[in-house]
Every structure is written in C-alpha cells, then in structure tokens.
Design a protein around this ligand. Structure first.
Ligand code: PEP
Length: 252
C-alpha cells in the first residue's frame, strides 16, 4: 500500500504556550484530512503540552543529545524526549550543523540514540548554494547520508530522510521540481545501497520554503514522500494549506 504523504512542521526556536491553539487547530483539521500524515516538532518546552492538546498528529523534537543522560548542562536526551511524549526527533538540521558545528558522526550518534530510546528519526541533509553551484550537490548529500544515517538493525523502518537545500531554507527560493526529483532519486539510490531492499521504503521529505502555493507541485515531484516545513508551519492557516495539498495528492 502506498504511504501517505508525511507533512512535518518544524517550529524551530519559536512558540510559547499561546501557540498551543495553533497546534489544536492543526490537530482538528488532521482528523478530517486523513489522506495526509501530519506531525509537529515544537520547541522542547512545548512537547508535553502539545502531545496533550493535539491527540492525533505526531509530536516530536528538533534535536537530542547522543548520551542517555549525565553531566551535559542544557542538553536533552532521547529517553527524556520519549518521556515528554515525543514520538520522533529531527537530527542534523542544517541550522544545528551550522550553529553548533554538528558533524555527520554527531548526527549519526544522535540518530542511534533516538532509535535506542524507541523514537523515530528524521535525518536532515542538504547542500549549500556554493556546493550546488560547483556541481557537488549530489555528492555532498550522498556523503552526508553515508555519515549520518543510523545502521542499527531495523533502522530503515524508523528513519525518514529530509532533503533540505540550505539555500532554500527560509529564503522563499526553491529548486525546480526537476531538480528536486533528481536529488530524491539520487537519495533513493543511496538509501538502497545503505539499507538494501528496506531502503526502498524510507520516506524522503523535501524541505525549504514549502508554502501553500508551491506545495502541490513540490509534493508531486519524483520520490517525494512529504515535506518538512519551517515558517509556513507556524500558523494553522498556512500549514493547513500544505496539508490540504498533501491530502488531495493522497486521494489520487
Ligand atoms: C526548515 O527549517 O526545516 C525549513 C524547511 O524552513 P522553511 O520552510 O522556513 O524554509
């Protein structure tokens, strides 16, 4: 059976309890739009409350530490996320790779910790503009996949890949539908190299300036299994425009 398109909102470092009303509205709409699978990754401080307020959608985190616990002031471990009600965690977002110097090895360790805690994991990859201009986009992303993906037994069943070109995040610019399809085909080939047959079923999300008005065409690109959405997930109104587009494609 074909998988539903998976639409994940990443609230980044935005959101206080006042925003729980948006999560509730998204959850209510998701109840109707069952042809799409919907999730939100609010900041750590809202995970528990979002899980309580929004009973249908997936709720996850934007990062975790690779250790189970210990002397890591300010960090949050995967078991703590699970305890707070998270079902998944995003790792390797380009903002964390850039702001916190996270390497592929760090991302892989976090992904493995998440799986060990019973969380699903979304592993982010994507090239910079300079790398794309130099014709290196596919090789950069392939190397990130090689270095960042968890290899534990059964990992492919719990992993989603998010392809997010760094230059498209928060800029209003997107690759062409053809470029998205080409990159996603290349990611699919790498996933089957890494995971064998199981790699054929790993969902590959596109992320980078997905909005209600471009969602339908980006989601219809080859090998696109959903979207990771930043800015346009902050209000129920704009996020729902994307979820509706996904649900309509799911009907077809
Ligand atoms: C993101 O940060 O994951 C993202 C895709 O952001 P935006 O949708 O705002 O480009």
């Amino acid at each position: 059976m074909a998988q539903r398109l998976y639409i994940v909102g990443n609230w980044k470092m935005q959101g206080t309890r006042a925003m729980l009303s948006e999560a509730r509205a998204i959850d209510r709409a998701a109840e109707r739009l069952i042809k799409a699978e919907v999730a939100l990754a609010p900041p750590f401080t809202l995970i528990h409350a979002t899980r309580k307020e929004a009973g249908l959608i997936g709720v996850g985190a934007q990062d975790c530490h690779a250790a189970e616990g210990g002397a890591h002031t300010g960090d949050i471990s995967a078991p703590m996320l699970k305890d707070a009600g998270a079902g998944f965690v995003i790792v390797g977002h380009s903002e964390r790779r850039a702001d916190h110097g996270e390497t592929d090895a760090d991302v892989k360790a976090k992904a493995e910790a998440a799986l060990a805690a019973g969380l699903a994991v979304i592993v982010c990859v994507g090239e910079t503009e300079a790398q794309r201009d130099a014709g290196e986009a596919e090789s950069v992303v392939a190397a990130q996949l090689d270095g960042s993906l968890p290899r534990a037994e059964g990992a492919a069943d719990k992993v989603t890949v998010a392809y997010e070109p760094v230059w498209a995040i928060g800029t209003g610019r997107t690759p062409t539908v053809e470029d998205v399809g080409q990159m996603h085909r290349s990611i699919r080939a790498r996933l089957t190299d890494i995971y064998g047959e199981a790699g054929a079923h790993v969902r590959i999300l596109y992320g980078g300036s997905v909005k209600p008005d471009n969602a339908a065409e980006l989601l219809a690109a080859d090998e696109v299994g959903g979207a990771l959405v930043g800015g346009a997930s902050l209000t129920a109104e704009s996020f729902l425009g994307i979820i509706v587009a996904a649900a309509e494609l799911g009907e077809g």
